[in-house]
Design a protein around this ligand. Sequence first.
Ligand SMILES: Nc1ncnc2c1ncn2[C@@H]1O[C@H](COP(=O)(O)OP(=O)(O)OP(=O)(O)O)[C@@H](O)[C@H]1O
Ligand SMILES: [Mg+2]
Length: 339
Amino acid sequence: MIVVENLVKTFPGVGGAGTVEALRGIDLEIPTGEIFGIVGPSGSGKSTLLRCLNLLERPTSGRILLGGDDLSTLSGADLRSARRRIGTVFQQFNLLHSRTVLGNVEFPLEVAGVDRTQRRTRVRELLELVGLAGKESSYPSQLSGGQQQRVGIARALAAEPDVLLCDEATSALDPDTTDQVLDLVAEINRRLGVTVVVITHELGVLRRVCTSAARLESGHIVETGRISDLVADPGSMLGAAIVPVGDDPSAGPIADTALVTALGEDAHGPWLSDLIRTVDADVAVVGGRVERVGTTTVGRLRLRFGGAVDRDAVARFVGDRPHLTLSWGTDTDLEGLAG
Ligand SMILES: Nc1ncnc2c1ncn2[C@@H]1O[C@H](COP(=O)(O)OP(=O)(O)OP(=O)(O)O)[C@@H](O)[C@H]1O
Ligand SMILES: [Mg+2]
């Protein structure tokens, strides 16, 4: 479990003019084994939060606990050994270009003083895990972007960390390669049980691998929760961004429309025809989307009822079905949600 308590980070302003408050009191709990996504507009503090988590920045105030140990006060040898509990994967891979794949992956083990035989055994395991067996002697320049990021992931895992941090780790990759690298991260999470924290501006990353997420704005967490709860909550901006209905502006005002979200089995079921029969009204679909979110399916439809529909009857219909949620005419502004 990672616990962040009232984390504040300020930087001196440019030319000594005042201070920049990058993080203004972050409280966050990330249970062990989650794949936790952090999104937010550019400058909202995502990278600063990550750099506090991997101990590259020291918090101005507040605490960071990993498995109960307070990381924010460590120094010297304790700080170095705490850093080994956290592996980081970078957007630009940050590989050493003069070293081979093997040399890159074993680097953190060399620094930690692990002997050569043990290092070589560990590197072979790691390269197997990330799908790069046989590439030991290649140099980074001889690898594709996706392969280089696999090396970055193997290196981050070398010291058997409890936590894997990814700062825009797939932003430099094309969509297919992104999906393959994300699937690898999910497999590592399942097989090794490491907690993963991913910073991203791509909502597809949240949809594909994250189990929970938080949204940052101006150094504050403004929304957090499990992905399945966020998408089921009609008032959640993050949920609306993860499965957007794609409202058609020419379909008229949405104030008098109903937004129905169906989760899991119900997303595939005949709930719409059941609803029409039950409330006995004409229905037009004015927006909608069905998305795979993690291992489940989420469907959202925006409906306009003809005539004077009995809203209570619609609410009762939805209320009787645990995997349906309803809201009337919410217009969520998704501009600038991700960075
Ligand atoms: N070393 C630093 N010195 C001064 N200000 C900084 C420093 N690092 C970050 N900041 C400021 O802190 C704020 C948050 O920056 P941060 O890099 O965490 O944002 P971000 O959410 O990662 O943005 P992006 O999506 O563009 O990567 C910004 O106003 C930034 O200018
Ligand atoms: Mg950043």
